[in-house]
Each structure stands twice: as structure tokens, then as C-alpha cells.
Design a binder for this molecule. Structure first.
Ligand SMILES: [Zn+2]
Ligand SMILES: [Zn+2]
Length: 341
């Protein structure tokens, strides 16, 4: 690893920095951030690697800030407080999610839909995230995490868990739920759904026997290829994979009245499909971001039973390898970057 030196004197930290899309992250020494009014300074212990990070690094999402430190599934310890930071003390563990700030005053914020805020700031996209030794975050958007999860196991809950949960809620009272793409989010939501007595059907890339076995090991009633006929019609489907072709496939696997939820921030184009697939009061919708209320609700549930989050650990400096492995789909579970002491 080549570490770019910073100017002498000012305190610095190691960070994995995106300087330009479609380039590997660069390991750099950068100035340590300091906590502004409502912020806390956090020593990062673990940071999950989300598919959204990959969309940012690969340039599938337009850059909001460059250079950028990605990462929005951050578990760390509060080491300093801004002058008006509330809810956390020095030494507390904190979880930092994707929603980093909302305006509080726009037409969405005023009706408890801060996930759609016109002026939202997202962690690891609009502001620097957790692929570093330290970061700052607005304490009002941080979470206290259930004690039963250690740092590596808690990290994937912060986006795969939270936004997965919001997508799961959009499936309403569906009992038979199809999950398309069995990665970090699906493997968490499958367990929650099973805990609530629902039936899970896992759809993976054709031939991906390993992921199908993984899904069955987590209680899926059936697992097969995305283009295979499921043994029964679905009440709802959640699409986690970024492939638009799955939308008509999922619709054709559902019964009347079903909802197909697109849970990702980016998806390839949806191919043309006959209206008959949508007929019968089926609906297709997306899920965007999260609210703090989603987070609080989800962590209350995650405290009640043991969600097995299957972290696949990488050293922080190996963030590029973790991103490549995610791009290739070469592991089950959730990649997590760990800082050594
Ligand atoms: Zn707003
Ligand atoms: Zn994410």
C-alpha cells in the first residue's frame, strides 16, 4: 500500500479516498476532521461495504463530492463532542447510517418523510463517511446500537438492515415474499420475515447455487433462479439486485394486488413489458433512503432476536478488494472493513 503523506504538524488519519469515479480508492493520510456544533468525532471500528458505495465508486451515481471518503454503515466510538451535540457521550458506541442530515422544514420533512428531504445530506456521498480511521457525524442522526451485536456484526444493520427494513415494510402484510438478489440486505430481511412467520422465496442469478443454499440455510422456503417459476404466486416481491430486467420477472411471479418493491438506489433500465403483468392492481414502487423512525423501529426489532449478519471481514486498507468482491458477487453475507487498533 502506498500512503500519500500529508503536511507535517496537523493531526492526520488514514482514509480510503475516492478522487475520481471508476478509479480505485487511494490510501491517503488526510487531515483529521473536527466535530462542528451538532456533530461528534468518531473513532471508526467497523464500516460495512454497501452496494451503493459500489455505484458511487463505479460512477453509476453522479458524484456529489470529490474527493470523497465513502462508507455509510459505520460503527465507532465517540471520542469528542461538538458544542451542542446531544444524545451521545464520549466513550459511547454509535452507529452512523446513510441519512446524515435533513432540513426539517421542507414539505417532506414536515410530514415525517425526511427520507425524501429536498436538502438531505447522505453519509459517504455528500459528506465523508467511514472508510477511514475517524469521521464526524451529526449526533441527531446517529443510533445507539443493540448490545447483542459486536461491531462487525452491527455494521451491516446500518444500511442493508435499515433500508432493507423500509423496503420490507412496503411489502405490507404480504405473507409469501420473494427476495430478488440474496446479498447483504436480503439475508437480514429473510431472517426478520421468518421471525414474523412469513414465507421467503429467494431468487438469485441463474446458476448461483451457493447463494441459493445460503438462502435456504436462513430459512427460505424455496430458492432458485430469478427466471425460474416459483412454486407459488408471491404476495409481494422486493428487488435488491440492481437489474431492471427483474421488474417484469418479479411482476410475473406475483398474484393480484401484489407490490413489487425496488429497494436499490440505482437500477439498469427496466425493459418494456405487457400491461397484463401490472394488471390486477399490482404496483411497482421504489424505496428511497431511511427515516430516523425506521432506524429506531428496526433496532428495537433487532434487539429482540439474533439476526445473523454474516460479516465478511476486510482490513480498512483493503477496501478496494472488498468492493471488487462485492462487484463479483464472490461471497455471501456482508463485507465489513475493520480498523486495526
Ligand atoms: Zn427536508
Ligand atoms: Zn447502503
Amino acid at each position: 500500500m502506498v500512503v500519500t503523506p500529508s503536511r507535517a504538524g496537523a493531526p492526520t488519519m488514514l482514509a480510503m479516498v475516492l478522487e475520481q469515479a471508476r478509479r480505485p480508492l487511494a490510501a491517503q493520510r488526510v487531515p483529521m476532521p473536527s466535530a462542528a456544533t451538532h456533530q461528534v468525532l468518531i473513532k471508526v471500528l467497523a464500516c460495512g461495504v454497501c452496494r451503493t458505495d459500489l455505484h458511487i465508486v463505479d460512477g453509476e451515481l453522479a458524484p456529489h463530492k470529490l474527493p470523497l471518503i465513502p462508507g455509510h454503515e459505520v460503527v465507532g466510538i465517540v471520542v469528542a463532542l461538538g458544542s451542542q451535540a446531544q444524545g451521545f457521550r464520549v466513550g459511547d458506541r454509535i452507529g452512523v447510517p446513510w441519512l446524515g442530515h435533513s432540513c426539517g422544514g421542507c414539505s417532506f420533512c414536515r410530514v415525517q418523510r425526511e427520507n425524501l428531504c429536498d436538502a438531505a445530506l447522505f453519509t459517504g456521498y455528500d459528506q465523508d463517511g467511514g472508510y477511514a480511521e475517524y469521521m464526524v457525524a451529526d449526533a441527531r442522526y446517529g443510533f445507539h446500537l443493540p448490545d447483542r451485536y459486536d461491531d462487525a456484526h452491527a455494521a451491516p444493520l446500518l444500511c442493508a438492515g435499515l433500508i432493507g427494513y423500509r423496503a420490507y415494510k412496503m411489502a405490507g402484510d404480504a405473507n409469501r415474499i420473494g427476495l430478488y438478489g440474496f446479498g447483504a440486505a436480503a439475508h437480514i430481511i429473510a431472517q426478520l420475515a421468518r421471525h414474523q412467520g412469513k414465507e421467503i422465496f429467494a431468487f438469485t442469478r441463474p446458476g448461483d447455487v451457493r447463494s441459493q443454499q445460503f438462502a435456504r440455510s436462513l430459512g427460505a422456503a424455496w430458492a432458485g433462479a430469478a427466471d425460474a417459476a416459483a412454486p407459488a404466486a408471491l404476495d409481494a416481491a422486493i428487488i435488491f439486485a440492481p437489474a431492471g430486467a427483474l421488474v417484469p420477472q418479479a411482476l410475473s411471479a406475483t398474484r393480484k394486488g401484489a407490490t413489487v418493491v425496488c429497494a436499490g438506489i440505482h437500477m439498469s433500465d427496466i425493459p418494456q413489458f405487457p400491461y397484463s403483468l401490472l394488471w390486477g392492481e399490482r404496483s411497482v414502487r421504489s424505496v428511497a433512503n431511511l427515516t430516523r423512525a425506521d432506524g429506531e423501529e428496526f433496532f428495537r426489532l433487532a434487539q429482540q432476536f439474533d439476526v445473523q449478519t454474516t460479516p465478511v471481514p476486510f482490513a480498512m486498507q483493503d477496501a478496494n478488494q472488498a468492493l471488487s468482491a462485492l462487484r463479483d458477487g464472490s461471497f455471501d453475507g456482508a463485507a465489513v472493513l475493520l480498523n486495526s487498533d
